[in-house]
Design a protein around this ligand. Structure first.
Ligand code: FAD
Length: 434
């Protein structure tokens, strides 16, 4: 068993630790390492690719780095059922599925996360008819702290309800079976527009497209909308390579990153900069394989908070946020992202029993996010906002129990599966209780 101590940081750089790292290469090694760590009274934190903004993956004793558990275990192209090792990065999974003629039903906007890391925090994309990524799980292999492993699926509705979005608090997932779709292509239509035109009709937009999202540029009335819909497999209208490089690499990353570095020293120029940036946006349309449409490169570091609110509340939330930015003129250089997802039955999913709109606020990693995120939390609190587990929020177990109807059941299950709290850390103690 290899053990070494390494400094670790999440993607945003706002969470660090220097725990001792364990790197299992097989599900059997996971079971052995958990059993021996629990026997020694140690605490273990399973970790994926460190893309959570919260300290959910922070280890204070042993870090179980699952990135060695990567690859497809088996695939049935007919049924679309694919078994995947839990530490497989989404980008590796997407390429492998493509080769099999299959695809994920939906994705978020990056592909750097591991599969189990993404599903364990309730990662989602956008689409009124589609729930988060974990809703595509039909079964998973869970290693509990006594080192025993079990296959969890709908035949055990309690554990299945809890473990798909399990926050790494119930056990370590070593394998996940996904229900995939035959590979599909999307047409993306991205268009600059006015907030006053799009927001009043946003529910129609949500329902009119397989995927719809809106970006609002703080300090302006400008938005950029993105609508992705299915096209036939033989429709190939790709984006010119120069256009992709210009928009996605140069404007969204290189120039945007340089602008943020300068704007950190000139905060009063930020909102006027947004007005220029929003005016520079142009319309574009292209077709591509689904995963290529969903995923965009993100090289400019930021921190983020995201809350799910009932779909019908999204207009009020945006109106309050717009009014707050106008009043305060805070230097916020990142657009606010608005998405939608269907209800699901996973206990700690933001979508539990509720169709939601998602509102996400971002701030440059060297900027000050505190006043902005605090105001945002106050606004969404008026609409029973549920926080994304991997994105910054300040809520504790008592408040969360009021927002997630099965929170108490989850805590009771955790008491049963991990009574000695081998798998906990400060973040889990805060959101679930000690
Ligand atoms: C640039 C960027 C873009 C993002 N875009 C989106 C988006 O579009 N939509 C969205 O919803 N979220 C998004 N996120 C958030 C991200 O998807 C989640 O935070 C996700 O959990 C990160 O996955 P990870 O592999 O890095 O997991 P980590 O952050 O390493 O871990 C997350 C949690 O999963 C647990 N875990 C990891 N592996 C296992 C395992 N094998 N068994 C049990 N528990 C495990 C950990 O203990 C921890 O609790 C984004 C984040 C970034 C940085």
């Amino acid at each position: 068993m290899s053990r070494s101590s390494t400094a670790w940081s999440n993607w945003a750089g706002n969470v660090t630790d220097d725990a001792t790292v364990l790197r299992p290469r097989t599900p059997g090694e996971v079971a052995e390492q958990i059993r021996s760590a629990a026997g020694e009274g140690r605490r273990v934190r399973p970790v994926g690719s460190g893309h959570s903004f919260t300290a959910i993956a922070q280890a204070d004793d042993l870090r179980l780095d699952l990135t060695g558990l990567s690859g497809i275990v088996s695939a049935d192209r007919g049924s679309g059922r694919v078994r995947v090792l839990a530490g497989t990065p989404l980008r590796v999974l997407n390429t492998a599925l493509d080769l099999l003629g299959l695809a994920m039903p939906n994705l978020g906007d990056i592909d750097a996360q591991t599969l189990a890391g993404a599903t364990s925090t309730g990662t989602h994309g956008t689409g009124a008819g589609l729930a988060g990524l974990a809703a595509g799980i039909v079964g998973l292999r869970l290693v509990t702290v006594d080192g025993s492993e079990r296959w969890v699926d709908e035949s055990d509705p309690e554990l299945f309800g809890a473990a798909r979005v399990g926050l790494g608090a119930l056990g370590v997932i070593t394998e996940i079976e996904l229900a995939c779709l035959p590979a599909y292509r999307l047409r993306a239509v991205e268009r600059p527009d006015s907030l006053d035109v799009v927001l009043p009709r946003i529910q129609e937009h949500f329902d009119a497209h397989r995927h719809f999202e809106m970006y609002w540029f703080p300090g302006t009335r400008r938005v950029q909308t993105k609508a992705n819909d299915l096209v036939d497999d033989d429709v190939h209208e790709p984006l010119a390579p120069w256009r992709r490089r210009l928009d996605d690499e140069l404007l969204s990353n290189t120039v945007f990153g340089a602008a943020n570095r300068v704007l950190t020293k000139a905060p009063r120029a930020v909102l006027p900069f947004n007005a220029i940036a929003a005016r520079a946006l142009t319309e574009r349309s292209y077709t591509a394989a689904s995963h290529e449409v969903f995923v965009t490169p993100r090289t400019v570091r930021f921190v983020e908070s995201e809350y799910a609110v009932p779909r019908e509340a999204v207009g009020d939330v945006l109106a309050d946020l717009v009014a707050w930015v106008e009043r305060r003129r805070e230097p916020i250089s990142f657009p606010v992202e608005v998405r939608v997802a269907a209800a699901d039955d996973m206990w700690l999913s933001t979508g539990y029993d509720r169709a939601n709109a998602y509102v996400a606020v971002h701030q440059y990693h060297r900027g000050d996010h505190r006043a902005y995120f605090a105001a945002f939390e106050e606004i969404v609190a008026a609409h029973a906002g549920r926080p994304h587990w991997g994105k910054l929020h300040t809520l504790g177990a008592e408040q969360l129990a009021r927002l997630y109807p099965r929170h108490g059941d989850f805590v009771a299950l955790r008491d049963r599966l991990d009574p000695d709290r081998v798998l906990t850390n400060d973040y889990l103690d805060r959101v679930l209780g000690p």
